[in-house]
Write a protein that binds this ligand. Structure first.
Ligand code: CTP
Length: 415
């Protein structure tokens, strides 16, 4: 793994906020040295990604010395750990200062021709860009259009200041001063950590119900949604325990920083969640829990008999309903999922609303699933309803974006 971003679980859980400082090829690059120093002084772990042309303004050695972290500019550097994806996943915020007209245009169109633009393309955290360029370039229709499109997409483009420009002219196009930029970054960082001090217990994955020592009844859940929620919650400052049922190591890696408890069956999960409920402010049951388990799990491998086989199944406890009925703490919020398929009688949403009313949870996330939708690394459409089945919000997108969205809805509902 890339040593720049490696961190063991315990370290990450209480680590400093991480900011990627992207530097593009403008003269104002030298001012970003001050920005870096101010952020470091404020306790931020800064990783600098200069574009190749930015290195002509300020060299790699300076960035490395000031940040205390290695500096890369190309995607191929640190390719073993897929540096741009790591940077994009680990950053709490990215600021590009200065941002040239060229980089604004590239980001607008999704180009990924260096480590910075690739990282920006993969980023899910807040992105701030502080442009610096000559007045004519700033006012050119193309730049105006790019800035508008980027703002529309949620990227914060800082307005340029007016003053003396490198060319000797006076006009709009100066990058904001590093002190002002540092204040903006620190303010935004504070807002991104809106779950600081909140403990969340999340279940994820699919339970395995043993038939014998080698066989089980399982389901198609990858655990990705629960892991995405854990990851987003960690990034927003929460203290997270993830109770993971049969989640593969590569999916689980997304939740590093969380306390991980591995479980196999519904009964294991029930025991783990009961324990976690004692200290959790929020419980999220994202796991696909098997409704039934074989009444007896043989101690030895079952042999073929040539006859048809009947297996008796007994019902598993409904963990969500139990946790909702017996709160581990006062004021605890209990959140469930309803993975539904619609049929000729009712839609997936109708079934989800009915489930919300029956489970006693405070919030239920309804998502439609099928053989090709809902499971694994695919986009998902969710409807968030309250315990009475009232729709609170509807959204669609990648699981990581949906995880952020869910947390924002929950945030509004906790004190
Ligand atoms: N759940 C649970 N314990 C179970 C079954 C489900 O805690 N034994 C939780 C899931 O983690 C999820 C919610 O209940 O948060 C809904 O799960 P789902 O499988 O959609 O519904 P079921 O309650 O199993 O109902 P059904 O299968 O009849 O639709």
């Amino acid at each position: 793994m890339n040593s720049a971003l490696a961190g063991n679980t315990a370290e990450r859980a209480h680590s400093k906020p991480r900011v990627v400082l992207g530097v593009t090829g403008g003269i104002a690059a030298y001012k970003s040295c001050t920005l870096l120093r101010l952020l470091s002084k404020a306790g931020v772990d800064v990783h600098v990604i200069p574009t190749p042309s930015a290195l002509e303004m300020v060299g790699k050695t300076t960035w490395e010395a000031l940040s205390g972290n290695p500096v890369y500019t190309r995607v191929t550097e640190g390719a073993d750990s897929v540096t741009h994806i790591r940077y994009a996943q680990e950053a709490d915020l990215i600021i590009v200062a200065p941002a040239t007209a060229n980089t604004l245009a590239k980001v607008r169109w999704g180009l990924a021709d260096n480590l910075l633009t690739s990282t920006l393309l993969a980023a899910t955290c807040p992105v701030i860009m502080a442009p610096a360029m000559h007045t004519e370039m700033w006012l050119d229709e193309a730049t105006v259009d790019n800035v508008a499109a980027l703002r529309e997409r949620g990227i914060e483009i800082i307005d340029v200041a007016t003053g003396a420009l490198t060319s000797g002219d006076i006009g709009a196009g100066r990058m904001l001063e590093p002190e002002e930029l540092a204040d903006i970054v620190l303010e935004r960082l504070k807002a991104t950590r809106d779950f600081e001090g909140v403990r969340i217990a999340i279940s994820a994955g699919g339970t395995h119900e043993a038939l014998d020592p080698v066989r089980f009844i399982g389901n198609r859940s990858s655990g990705r949604f629960g892991v995405e929620i854990a990851r987003a919650a960690l990034r927003r400052g929460a203290d997270v325990c993830l109770v993971a049922a049969n989640v593969s190591a590569d999916v689980l890696a997304g939740a590093h920083g969380a306390q991980i408890r591995r479980v196999e069956s519904a009964l294991d999960m029930q025991a783990a969640m009961r324990e976690e409920a004692g200290s959790a402010d929020i419980i999220i049951m994202a796991a696909a829990v098997a409704d039934y388990r074989p009444s007896q799990a043989g101690e030895t491998k079952r042999k073929k008999t040539g006859e048809s086989l009947q297996i008796e199944l007994v019902e598993n406890p409904d963990i969500l309903a139990e946790l909702a009925a017996h709160r581990g703490r006062e004021g605890q919020m209990v959140v469930g999922f309803a993975a539904e398929t619609g049929d000729e009688k009712a839609s997936a949403l109708d079934y989800g609303i009915a489930k919300a009313k029956s489970k006693g949870a405070d919030v239920l996330i309804v998502n439609e699933v099928g053989a090709t939708t809902g499971f694994g690394d695919v986009d998902t459409a969710i409807t968030i309803v309250n315990g009475e089945g009232k729709i609170l919000s509807q959204a669609e997108g990648s699981k990581s974006r949906m995880a952020q969205h869910i947390l924002s809805v929950l945030r509004e509902r906790i004190n």
